[in-house]
Design a protein around this ligand. Structure first.
Ligand code: MN
Ligand code: ZN
Length: 462
């Protein structure tokens, strides 16, 4: 079970008082160079009688992500060469954010999802030592990156391992370990309560829907920030079935919730001031004779009825009940939902920025700032009421699809129908950034853990 919460990564970062004997020395340089280092991430190895030095190049023009990217490259080298020990003198890097970012890149770059690979068994790990004076910084970054890596690890698990039921078991374990309050609302309870949208989405599956509520008390007595996460543990599309090519990777349709779990884990471990509530909306969108259908009219927890146009627009349905529950049970200082919601958001923003629809400019701007800092970048979507026209339904209050045009916006506008105007709210559509076919400087292909670092930074600085 411990392996579930604390995935051992390939690099063991330690603090030491002096350079360990025989250690490979890692160095980092930037700016314009005479050395044969052309692009960021290039490195040269120099062997002298006593020691070996590997110098990495962070690039000529640096941006807010350069040090993190350099750390990722270092991690890649450490993972492939696995030296007995390596030494990185962080004191040579004079700016504090640069040091933190470099460490972050290394710790995130250390992640692999190799649990099911034969070659994984018995491989040795690299040890990276840094000076002891940075122990606190290492510890803090380790907590954050372990949370990101857990979010990635769980996201990678296929639907044969993680379904709404096994997910709630994992969350209970997480809650126990980190001192969070946890309540699992099972299908029957959800039906009785009137949450007819989240239960409809999961009714075709062998493992029915669950809403899982986590509470971190915080160290300050204030209203909580409530985070709502979409956890579709597999999205077949339902009767509005996806073409087989688009169905591959649908285990990642739970990434919004995985980010919420990562945030709560790290915030609890770092003793954040702000109380945080996490509402996980879990369902598996499957086909069977019990599945919900197009044309069905659902009764949501809010009282609004929704006509189903597409059973593949299921994320907004589970979130509708999650957002309502969040406002009924808590008094959110801010309400933020994260979801791999629309393919349209990927069409619009690609794999670079998440789309954000918000009813509150201050909230959006503070999130934007944290995004630039953590390089989990966002961009605002419009939220004009005109778009609500597109989700009017002839037979119910609203319908769950507004068609192709402006689909990331109508997805967000749909959710807006379930949020009180006076509650500062932001919807993060992370469909384009939650997972990637390609590796980035500090992420292997697959889940990126997007949102964990962004929200932790935002919660800390708000
Ligand atoms: Mn879908
Ligand atoms: Zn989905």
């Amino acid at each position: 079970m411990n392996d579930i919460l604390n995935r051992k990564t390939k690099i063991d970062v330690k603090t030491m008082d002096q350079i360990p004997a025989g250690a490979v020395i890692l160095k980092l340089i930037s700016g314009s160079m005479d050395l044969p280092l052309k692009k960021a991430g290039d490195f040269i190895i120099e062997k002298a009688a006593e020691e070996t030095t590997v110098t990495f190049y962070a690039g000529e023009k640096l941006n807010a992500d350069s040090w993190r990217a350099a750390g990722g490259k270092m991690a890649g080298w450490l993972k492939s060469v696995t030296p007995e020990t390596a030494w990185l003198d962080l004191a040579e890097i004079t700016e504090k954010p640069a040091r933190a970012n470099l460490l972050e890149g290394i710790l995130l770059g250390a992640f692999e999802f190799d649990r099911y690979k034969k070659e994984n068994s018995g491989g040795k790990d690299a040890v990276l030592a840094v000076p002891s004076i940075f122990a606190a910084l290492v510890e803090e970054r380790r907590v954050v990156c372990e949370a990101v890596n857990m979010a990635r690890d769980w996201a990678h698990e296929p639907a044969s391992v993680i379904n709404p039921e096994t997910l709630s078991e994992r969350i209970k374990l997480l809650a126990e370990t980190y001192g969070l309050k946890c309540r699992v609302l099972e299908e029957q309870e959800l039906v009785q309560m009137g949450a007819g949208a989240i239960t409809a989405v999961g009714q075709g599956s062998k493992t029915p829907s669950r809403m899982i509520v986590l509470e971190y008390a915080g160290t300050k007595k204030t209203k909580p920030v409530v985070l709502v996460g979409k956890a579709i543990t597999f999205d077949s599309g339902g009767y509005s079935i996806k073409p087989s090519d688009s169905m591959v990777g649908m285990k990642y349709d739970k990434c919004g919730a995985m980010a919420v779990l990562g945030v709560m884990r790290a915030a609890a471990e770092l003793r954040y001031e702000t109380p945080i509530v996490g509402v996980i909306c879990a369902a598996e969108n499957m086909l069977s004779e019990k599945s919900y259908r197009p044309d069905d009219i659902l009764h949501t927890l809010s009282g609004l009825t929704v006509e189903v146009i597409s059973t593949d627009a299921e994320g907004r349905l589970v979130l509708a009940d999650g957002l309502t529950y969040a406002q009924q049970q808590f008094e959110p200082a801010a309400l933020i939902d994260l979801a791999t919601l629309t393919g349209g958001c990927v069409v619009a923003y690609g794999h670079v920025r998440a789309g954000v629809l918000s009813n509150n400019t201050d909230l959006f701007e503070s999130l934007f700032e944290s995004g630039e800092k953590t390089w989990e970048r966002i961009w605002r979507l419009p939220h004009d009421d005109d778009y609500a026209e597109l989700i009017k339904s002839p037979d119910a209050d609203i319908k769950n699809s507004g068609g192709r045009w402006g689909s990331p916006v109508t997805g967000g506008i749909f959710l807006k129908q379930f949020v009180k105007d006076e509650v500062p709210w932001a919807h993060l559509d992370i469909a384009g950034v939650a997972d990637s076919d390609k590796a980035s400087a500090y992420s292997v292909p697959g889940a990126t853990g997007f949102g964990v670092r962004l929200l932790l930074d935002w919660l800390k600085t708000r």
